[in-house]
Ligand binder design. Structure first.
Ligand code: HSE
Length: 291
C-alpha cells in the first residue's frame, strides 16, 4: 500500500519579502510512493523530462532522508510523479518536489515526523524557506529561518485575491538569478525593504487590498535581476495602471506575477498588457490565472 500527495506550486518573495514571503498557487504536482522489490520510477509529462530515473533522483534521496531520520528502512521504492509546474521559471517546481517527497515518505511510515521538522529539512535543501514553506503549509506564508530552524506563519489569502502569472518560454536558474545580487546593500535599501515587506504581510493578513500597490516595492533583488528578464521593469512600473494591485518577479524569475482583485473587471486588459510588453522584447510567454 502506498501514498499519493498533491503539492502546490509557489511564488516566493512577492516583491519586497526576499527569501521571506511565499504563496501557494493552484498549479500542482503529484507524487505516489510505495515500497517495492526494486526501485522504479514513472515520470509523466514534459515538465519531468530529463530527470534521473535511478537512486540519484531527488524524490528518492529525500525520501531516504526521512526514513533515516525516523529510523525506518525502506531501501526500494516505486515512485510515480507528474507535474503541471513548469521547471526553472520561478514557480517553485523543485520546492514542490522536495515537499512532496518529504510528505509522502513521512506519510508512508505513519507520519512520525512533525510538519515543523519536514519544514526544516526542506529549507535546508532549498537554502531559503519561502517556496518550501508555501508548498508545505499552503496559503500565504511569512517565514523566518536561522540556518537550522524555520518558523512559519500562515496567512489566509484575502477573499477576491487572484494571481495572474506570465510565464516566459525561456528558463532561468535560481543560482544565476542569485549571482546577480550584491553581497552588501545600503542601510537605506534594507530599511526600504523591511518597511515594504512588513506592510505587505500585514495588508495581506488584514485583507487590505488597497495597500498592496504601496507595499509591493523592492530594492533588494528585482532591480539587480531586471536585465535577466527584459520588460520586467516596465511591467513592475506600469501594470497597476492596467488593473494590477501589485506586481513582482515570481521567485528568482523569469515568471512575472500580478496580484489582482477578482472584482476589478480589468483582468483581460492586464493580461494583454503583460503579453504586449514581453512581446516588445521578443519574449514569448503564456499566462495563467491562479488562486
Ligand atoms: N527567494 C528565492 C530567490 C526564491 O528569490 O532567489 C527562488 O527560489
Amino acid at each position: 500500500s502506498g501514498v499519493r500527495v498533491q503539492v502546490p506550486a509557489s511564488t516566493a518573495n512577492l516583491g519586497p519579502g526576499f527569501d521571506t514571503l511565499g504563496m501557494a498557487l493552484s498549479l500542482y504536482s503529484w507524487i505516489e510512493m510505495k515500497p517495492a522489490d526494486t526501485t522504479v520510477f514513472h515520470l509523466y509529462g514534459d515538465n519531468l523530462d530529463g530527470l534521473p530515473k535511478d537512486k540519484s533522483n531527488l524524490i528518492y534521496t529525500v525520501a531516504q532522508s526521512v526514513f533515516a531520520e525516523a529510523g525506518v528502512q525502506i531501501p526500494e521504492l516505486e515512485i510515480s510523479m507528474c507535474s503541471d509546474i513548469p521547471l526553472t521559471r520561478g514557480l517553485g517546481s523543485s520546492a514542490s518536489a522536495i515537499v512532496g517527497a518529504l510528505y509522502a515518505a513521512n506519510a508512508l511510515i505513519g507520519s512520525p515526523l512533525p510538519l515543523a521538522r519536514l519544514l526544516d529539512m526542506a529549507t535546508a535543501l532549498e537554502n531559503h524557506p519561502d517556496n518550501v514553506g508555501a508548498s508545505l503549509y499552503g496559503g500565504i506564508i511569512t517565514a523566518v529561518w536561522d540556518g537550522t530552524h524555520a518558523v512559519i506563519l500562515r496567512i489566509e489569502p484575502p477573499q477576491h485575491l487572484e494571481v495572474l502569472v506570465a510565464i516566459p518560454e525561456f528558463q532561468l536558474s535560481t543560482s544565476k538569478a542569485r549571482e546577480a545580487l550584491p553581497k552588501q546593500v545600503s542601510l537605506g535599501d534594507a530599511v526600504y525593504n523591511i518597511s515594504h515587506s512588513s506592510m505587505l504581510a500585514a495588508a495581506l493578513a488584514m485583507g487590505r487590498l488597497d495597500l498592496i500597490s504601496a507595499a509591493m516595492q523592492d530594492r533588494l533583488h528585482q532591480p539587480y535581476r531586471a536585465s535577466l528578464v527584459p520588460g520586467m521593469m516596465q511591467i513592475l512600473e506600469e501594470a497597476t495602471q492596467h488593473g494590477a494591485l501589485g506586481t513582482a518577479l515570481s521567485g528568482a524569475g523569469p515568471t512575472l506575477l500580478a496580484l489582482v482583485n477578482a472584482q476589478s473587471g480589468q483582468g483581460e486588459q492586464l493580461e494583454a498588457f503583460l503579453l504586449k510588453v514581453l512581446k516588445s522584447h521578443d519574449i514569448t510567454a503564456r499566462t495563467l490565472w491562479l488562486k
